[in-house]
Design a protein around this ligand. Sequence first.
Ligand SMILES: NC(=O)c1ccc[n+]([C@@H]2O[C@H](COP(=O)([O-])OP(=O)(O)OC[C@H]3O[C@@H](n4cnc5c(N)ncnc54)[C@H](OP(=O)(O)O)[C@@H]3O)[C@@H](O)[C@H]2O)c1
Length: 205
Amino acid sequence: MNIAIIGSGHIGGTLGKIWAAQGHLVTFGSRDPQSERMRTLLESIGPNAAAASVKEAAAFGNIVVLAVPGTEIERVLEEAGDLKRKIVVNATILFDGRSADAEVRRIANGARVVRAFHTSMWEALANPLFGVANATLFMSGEDEEAKQIVLRLGEEAGFDMVDVGGPEAMAEIEKALFSFWTALSPQFGRDYAIRVLRREESQPS
Ligand SMILES: NC(=O)c1ccc[n+]([C@@H]2O[C@H](COP(=O)([O-])OP(=O)(O)OC[C@H]3O[C@@H](n4cnc5c(N)ncnc54)[C@H](OP(=O)(O)O)[C@@H]3O)[C@@H](O)[C@H]2O)c1
């Protein structure tokens, strides 16, 4: 697939590396596509990745992943231009009480918004396997077909994807995860993850 990733930091750079290695074509939409930092990132990924302006990257991607600070959502979506019918995957978080999910759904008019890749720390994104179990990532959205495509991208990248339903369900998950992280991080640092165990996959066949 052609994947645009807006933001080339911990989350964007990590996802870009994984998907390019899977054979997808990744273009980072960046404030400075020619920067030394970007050159180093692209060299570490190889020929399946490139960098461009936010507008050019968004035009390239069938899927446009948002991995910028939450405060930049409005600016990058404006710069991205027409996203109608594109799958916009929102990994951003806002820390000011507003919902980043609601913001993106409000601004990215006509896009097929999927909320995903924001429910673990980037360290677990970079390496989702913990012993024999892979990390669970929660996702949500209102477009079932778009969610299936994002779910497959997540599974290809090694995650246990759990579709929780729509935005209201995700808001509950986000609240719960925030409490988990606040309580657990003093003990476990950043490189830990949550895994949902389902009875049906634990049954002997
Ligand atoms: N880090 C985590 O563990 C984690 C976990 C869950 C969710 N998130 C969320 O995911 C999003 C990205 O997080 P991250 O950790 O990848 O952040 P990061 O490492 O700081 O990277 C953010 C990227 O966004 C771009 N950007 C655009 N405008 C920016 C601005 N004004 N200031 C800084 N960067 C700007 C930059 O790429 P260019 O220079 O190429 O434009 C930058 O590399 C955030 O909304 C964060 O809350 C992060």
